[in-house]
Each structure stands twice: as C-alpha cells, then as structure tokens.
Design a binder for this molecule. Structure first.
Ligand code: FAQ
Length: 334
C-alpha cells in the first residue's frame, strides 16, 4: 500500500501545512512501483500514472465490447446448437470483461459515461483487430485460437500489473480467455478433420487474420511511446515485441497440428536464436486501421452508438427504479 508512508496533511484549510515536494513524492512512488508494490485506488499516485492507466484500461474495455460485434455476426448462423451455445457464452463473457474493466477504470475517477462518450465520438481507441470482417464460420475459430490467444499472451502479465483493481480484474478475464482460446482451437480441429472445402475455408481465415493478429501487440518497442513509463511503473511487465515473439513461438506447433500454413515466406525457426523469425509487419496498414480507416471501423462505431441510443430507455428505467427504491427506504427509515 502506498498511503502509509505518505500521510500528506490536508493543505486545503487555513491550517494548511505545505505539501511534501511533488518530486520527492513521485520519486518515492517510482521506487515502490519498482519494488513491485501494488497501488490501490485511494493511494497517492502521479497524475501521469493515473492518466495512462485510464487510457489503457478504458481502451481495453472498449476493445472487449467492440470485440463482441465480429463474433455476434455469426450467432444466428452457427452450424449446430452446441456451437451456438458456446459462441453465445463466449460473447457474453466479453461483455462481462468490458464491465470489469470499466469498473476498474472508474476507481481512477473517470465515469463510465465519460469513457463511453470518448468511444462514441471516436476519441478513444480500441484494438485494431476488431475492425476486420468475419466472412466465414472459420473466422470464428480463428478469432478464438489466434485473437484470444494473442489477448492471453498480452493479458497474463497484466495480472501482475501494479494497479490492484486492474490486476484483479485481469485474473478472472484470463481464466475466461483461456476457455475462449480452446473453443476456437476445438472448432478449427473439427474443420481440419472435415472436407477439403472446410480445410480451405480454415486456411483462408488464417491467411486473412494472421498479420492483423500480430499487430494486436502494438508498434515495435522502439516506436512504442507509452512503453517506457508503463514498464517503469509496472503497468506493463513484458514489451510489445517480446510478447509478439512469444505468441509466434507458441502458435507454430498448434498450426502444425491443424495442418495450416501462415502467409509469411520469412517465417522459420532460427536455431541460433531459439525462436521463430518472421517477416516485416505492414505498419501503414496498422496505423490506417487505428486511425479509423480499416475495413469495418465505421460499422463498428455505428453499432456501438446505435446500441447506446436504443438502450437509453433501459438506463432511464433502471435509474427511475433505483430512485423509487431509495425513496421507499428513506420513507421507511423516517
Ligand atoms: N489497436 O505506446 P504503445 C481482446 C495504440 S482485448 C489499437 O505501444 P501501449 C479480447 C496505443 O494505444 C484486446 N491501438 O501503447 C477479445 C497507443 O496510442 P495512445 C485489447 C493500438 O498502451 C478477444 C499507440 O498505439 N487488449 O482481444 C494497438 O503501451 C476476442 C502506441 O502504442 C488490450 O487492450 C492496437 N492493437 O501498448 C475480445 C490489452 N496497439 O493510447 C473479444 C491492454 C497499440 O497513446 C473477442 N492493453 N495501439 O493514443 C495493452 O496491453 C496495451 O495498451 C497495448 C499497447 C499493448 C495494446
């Protein structure tokens, strides 16, 4: 906990005591973060730490709820009742992840309305991956296997993030993501044992999703403007490039089991490095998508705005109900 050694006197009143030098307070914070101590919502924290956490957690929350849309596209067309129930459960989990994350960001003093407004007005980012279309049923398997697989790789270290509410939310999220990854792999395993057309559909989906999935980890470390501070504060524990490499290494044997190839002629095991080498990522595509010009950006944002507007009556009804309940409790107490 960060508060004990930092009992800062109240400086608001007439008996105000001069605040401890900001720099010294920040230095102490940095030292504690460096030791791996956990920061809680009411602890003192530098404004920049609070700001970057709100930035990352709210973007993460937006990614979860926007991420429901590409898969939602296939609920009515799942090939069996079993696959439909699995898909529904997965999509609901993603909605739940968004809620845990919005709640974690709210502990930093930002309201859910503010965060959603930033999403709806296009000011907030969400993961680039959800701006690609789901064209076939195999895309649902590939999202589970590769997109959730990449998400787990990135999110397991976040369970050790220095900010307690975020780290605790991530523990549960990672458990559920693990089910998501397995259901995707299981779906693809079924396709791999199917007809020639089903195997071709799976290969086509891998070809389309592979590069966008590698982009999920963010820009190269040298171009990652937030990494230095996030690593110093223990928000990020492993860099974008290291996580991307871990993901490629873990995925290759799984691809072999499914009998798929990857659309990268430079992808091969490098004995000397003990890792897979892979080709250059097209960063112009990445920034194009991040800046709102991907294949589905407009459609995704519009779907969220429509859901918000069409759900207004539910929020109003819930608030009216809460007010009525509160009035009843107050009347009973009187
Ligand atoms: N898309 O300086 P860095 C999921 C932005 S959840 C869009 O390296 P940072 C589950 C970045 O924000 C997937 N923007 O940034 C699921 C920054 O801009 P800013 C989401 C991106 O924060 C599965 C700028 O580029 N996961 O998949 C992306 O240190 C299936 C420079 O980048 C998380 O959010 C991108 N891919 O590292 C749901 C995990 N990459 O903010 C449904 C938490 C970078 O300065 C279905 N987030 N940018 O304006 C993180 O770990 C980090 O924020 C990174 C980026 C690693 C994403």
């Amino acid at each position: 906990m960060y508060t004990q050694a930092m009992d800062i006197p109240n400086t608001d009143g007439p008996t105000a005591v001069p605040a401890i030098n900001e720099q010294a307070r920040e230095a102490e914070f940095n030292e504690r973060a460096g030791r791996g101590e956990i920061v809680e919502a009411k602890d003192w924290m530098p404004e920049a730490y609070r700001k970057t956490l709100v930035r990352q957690i709210s973007q993460h929350a937006h990614s979860e709820i926007v991420g429901m849309l590409p898969e939602g596209n296939w609920v009515t067309r799942a090939p069996s009742l079993k696959r439909k129930t699995i898909l529904l459960a997965k999509i609901q989990d993603e909605g739940g992840h968004g809620l845990y994350l919005y709640a974690a960001a709210e502990t930093l003093g930002t309201s859910r309305d503010q965060m959603l407004d930033a999403l709806h007005t296009g000011k907030a980012k969400y993961s680039s991956i959800f701006n690609y279309p789901t064209l076939t049923w195999a895309d649902i398997g590939v999202i589970g296997w590769l997109v959730d697989g990449a998400a787990i790789m990135n999110q397991v270290p976040l369970c050790r993030c220095s900010y307690g509410p975020y780290a605790r939310a991530m523990v549960r999220i990672c458990k559920e993501e693990s089910f998501h990854q397995r259901q995707g792999f299981d779906l693809l395993l079924a396709l791999s044992k199917g007809s020639e057309a089903q195997r071709a559909m799976m290969q086509d989906a891998v070809n389309r999703w592979w590069w966008p999935v590698l982009m999920m980890f963010g820009p190269h470390d040298k171009d990652s403007q937030n990494s230095e501070l996030s690593m110093k504060w223990g928000i990020k524990r492993i860099s974008n490039d290291e996580l991307r490499q871990q993901f490629v290494d873990a995925t290759m044997p799984q691809g072999e089991l499914l009998g798929v190839t990857f659309p990268d002629p430079d992808l091969r095991y490098n004995e000397a490095r003990g890792h897979y080498d892979f080709g250059a990522i097209d960063w112009s595509e990445f920034w194009n998508v991040v800046n709102g010009h991907g294949p589905c950006n407009k459609e995704r944002l519009q779907a969220r705005v429509d859901a918000w507007e069409e759900g207004a009556w539910v929020r109003e009804a819930a608030l009216a109900h809460a007010r009525k309940q509160a009035a009843r409790v107050a009347a009973a107490a009187a």
